[in-house]
Every structure is written in C-alpha cells, then in structure tokens.
Write a protein that binds this ligand. Structure first.
Ligand SMILES: [Zn+2]
Length: 452
C-alpha cells in the first residue's frame, strides 16, 4: 500500500485495514493503528509503516488510545476491535444466554460492573435490539418457555449514505426461487443455515430496505434467535453495513459519478457463493441462476414450517460432497464445473474457511491460494469470492470481460486487456472491490464471465 492508499484506508477507519499498517504523526510524535478514533491528521504530517517496530525505532510513541501493540499481526491473533464496547456487548449477550434470559438487565449490568443505561446503549449498537427484548425472547426459547417464540426485529446501525436500491437490485437479479425472495415492499427474504457446535440452526431473515434509515430493520425467524451472536456479524457483512462511505466515495465518485453510498454485496454463505460463482463461469447471470435453482431443488433441503415466502436451503458442502458427477451432469452442469464443485465441497469439509470474518492480508492470500488449488477455480473466481465472501475491500478481477468493457480496456489480447485494467485500477486502491461494482453498473448488467 502506498501513502495515498494508506491515507484513504485510515480516513475510513475500516477494521479490515487494522494490522496492515501503522501511521506516525510528525506533529504529535505519536503513532496509531488505522482504526484509531483520534482526529484524522493532515496528510503531510503522516508517515506510514508496515511494522510498529519501525515507528518505534524512529522515535514515535505508541498511542494510548488504540494501543498499537495490540494490533493484529500475522503472528498474533486478531484483536477484534479497539473499542471495548464491542467486547462488553458480546459478554452481555453471553451472560443472558447462559442464564437463559432469567437475569434481569440490571443484574447483567451489575455483574459486568457497568450501568444499565450504558449496557442498553452498547447492546443496541452491537446487536440491534434492547437487552430486555433479547432476554425475553431467549427465555421463551427455553424448553419450558412459552412457544411459539415470535420473530425478532433487529435495527442494525450503518453509516449513511447507503444506496439500498443498488444492493437490492444486485440480489434481485440473482435470486434463487425458494431461497431468496424480493417483494414489492423492497424487502429481501432469505433462508439461512448456521452451525453452532454440532447443532445446525435453520431459519429465515427479512431485511426491510424499504424502511431503512440510519438503521436497517431486519426480522429474524425464531429458530435463529439462539445464534444471534453469529447471525448479526453475518448480516452486517452481507449488506456491508460496516463500510464507511465517505472515504470510499471521496476516492471513487470522480470516476463513477452518481454512485454515492454504493456497497459491495456480500453473501450469506461463502461455500454457496463460490458454487454460484463456478456455475456462473462463462455464462450469463440468468443462465447461472437457472443452474443454481436446479441444484437447490435437487440437493437443497426444505425449511420446514416457514412462515416466510422462502422455504428451501441452499445445499451444504456435506450435501454436495455426496453428489455424483452423473447427478450434477443431469442438471446441465458441465464436466469442468462438476469437478470444481466437488473439489470445493471436499476442500471446505477439510477446513477451507470461506467465512466473512475479518482477515489480515496474509490470511486473505492463504484462502485465495486454497481456492486456486482447486481444479476449475481460476483467478477470476478467486477474486470474485475474495470480494463478496471474504470481504476484501481491494479485490480486482482484472480478467473479467464485463469489467474490461466497462473500463474500456477490452482488446484482442486477453493478457493486455487484463493488464491495462489492472494499471487503470491502481488509483482506486484500497477500494477496488467498490470500484468493480460501480464499473459493472456502467454496463447496466452487473454480470461477469471467467475469461481465463
Ligand atoms: Zn491511536
């Protein structure tokens, strides 16, 4: 990352850059992590370092607020957030879970040594609902509780502006009937499967984009209440709610006018997204959608007693690993993609992690290499998966034909087309994933094909 790139990343305070670099401020003599909440220093006063030790060596003192020694590095486990509120909100949720909702909010706050007012504030900011409401639903979920448990409404905070029409259209264009549904009220319904230990929780969510303001209202089916701790980060990643649009737009609006607040659509499951990317190699979005629907109808499982307009789950890695090439062939999946899908299912079962957790740049590379090691997965698919499933803010599928058309770099030589696109993209670092979405929109058909 060069100095301009680092400065843009720092302005966003996006946690995805935490650990990637440090910033020393010459006017104060202090050095910080890019996520530090201090006032953003002037560009000319910033010095950027890959290692904290270099800043120390030059005489910069560590910031007492963000504590650079706690920054995630490739050797140390990732420190989730410099903000203690997040950790506290997690502990509060766990306390309520462990007491099965029997502890009152005041009792939880007392146990944690904070005021109940503070608890209510940090709980709502992190989980999107009041602790009392969660506690009540949690109590109802117990075997001795009063069934049926009602669906739970979350209000997930986000940073404005947010182009919800773009997000909704992206999902609508690719929706698989039964798994995803977008209704006339701009609500996105979706089935979800989450594992906690050995237990698998299946259910549905409904994101109400029509009613979104500074929060996105999302209703979750009662069967997913016990996995709220996993579900909320998944929803935040899927709808890119943690992005800081100001820094991103500042860099991209000149080249992509009228795209303020556009986000990178994530995914509800990394395995599913990768399977769908494989199915979409070299064919249209519509054709890929048809193949995905056949796959869901043949190998997906039903979501029983769903009160939502979605009722089928996308097949799991375990489910697809048992499929034979013949069975996949009958659905119209060609030989190369059969091999890729079965290879992927096996790799995921053997531990390839395609989850949306925040990764260091080295971890991103390891996962990408894991994908590229699977026969039938090339650079395009790996870059697309990095962008949507692994949440890499700076992924750039240079070989994408639609992208090259949008950027005007398409020419006879495949290698040259990709190289020119890559060169042009340098000025959009570290937000190239966002630039890709905006470039696709120029074509009004955000489709892409594997060109390799
Ligand atoms: Zn700091």
């Amino acid at each position: 990352m060069n100095d301009d790139t680092c400065y843009s990343a720092m302005q966003s305070r996006d946690a995805r850059f935490d650990g990637a670099f440090f910033v020393g401020v010459t006017s104060t003599g202090v050095y910080c992590r890019p996520i530090c909440k201090v006032r953003i220093p002037k560009f000319e006063n910033c010095r950027f370092f890959t290692h904290a030790a270099v800043a120390e060596g030059l005489g910069f003192r560590a910031c007492l607020r963000c504590r650079p020694s706690l920054a995630p590095t490739d050797a140390i486990m990732r420190w989730t957030n410099e903000d203690a509120s997040k950790t506290l909100a997690q502990q509060a949720l766990q306390l309520i879970d462990r007491s099965s909702g029997e502890l009152s909010v005041v009792q939880v706050a007392t146990k944690m040594g904070i005021s109940d007012r503070h608890l209510r504030r940090i709980f709502a900011a992190e989980w999107g609902l009041a602790p009392q409401a969660y506690s009540k639903t949690r109590l109802a979920c117990e075997p001795h509780g009063a069934w049926p448990v009602k669906p739970l409404l979350l209000q997930l905070p986000l940073h404005l502006p947010y182009d919800h029409a773009h997000m909704l259209k992206f999902f609508a264009t690719r929706a698989i009937e039964g798994v995803e549904h977008i209704d006339e009220k701009s609500r996105l319904w979706r089935t979800i499967r989450l594992s906690q230990g050995r237990k698998v929780h299946k259910g549905w969510i409904c994101a109400d984009f029509g009613a979104m303001g500074s929060t996105l209202p999302i209703t979750i089916g009662s069967s997913l209440v016990p996995v709220l701790q996993q579900l909320v980060p998944l929803l935040r990643a899927t709808f890119d709610l943690d992005a800081q649009p100001k820094a991103i737009d500042a860099l991209l609006l000149a080249d992509f006018p009228n795209t303020a607040g556009q986000r990178v659509p994530g995914c509800f499951d990394g395995f599913e997204l990768t399977v769908r990317a494989i199915l979409g190699q070299q064919i249209t979005v519509q054709a890929a959608r048809t193949l995905a629907l056949r796959l869901v109808n043949r190998f997906g499982e039903p979501l029983k007693n769903s009160e939502a307009p979605v009722h089928r789950l996308f097949p799991s890695a375990a489910g697809l690993a048992r499929a034979s090439t013949n069975e996949l062939g009958e659905l119209g999946v060609n030989r190369a993609r059969q091999t890729a899908i079965l290879g992927l299912a096996l790799a995921v079962q053997n531990g390839l992690d395609l989850s949306n957790r925040t990764r260091t740049s080295t971890e991103l590379q390891v996962t990408r290499n894991g994908l590229l090691a699977i026969k039938g997965i090339g650079e395009w698919t790996a870059a697309y998966v990095a962008m949507r499933a692994l949440r890499d803010p700076d992924s750039f599928p240079a070989g994408d034909v639609a992208l090259q058309n949008a950027l005007g770099t398409r020419q006879a030589s495949i290698t040259k087309s990709a190289k020119d696109a890559e060169v042009q993209s340098a000025k959009w670092q570290p937000w190239r994933s966002y630039a890709v979405l905006r470039a696709w929109q120029r074509l009004e058909k955000p489709n892409s094909k594997e060109s390799t």
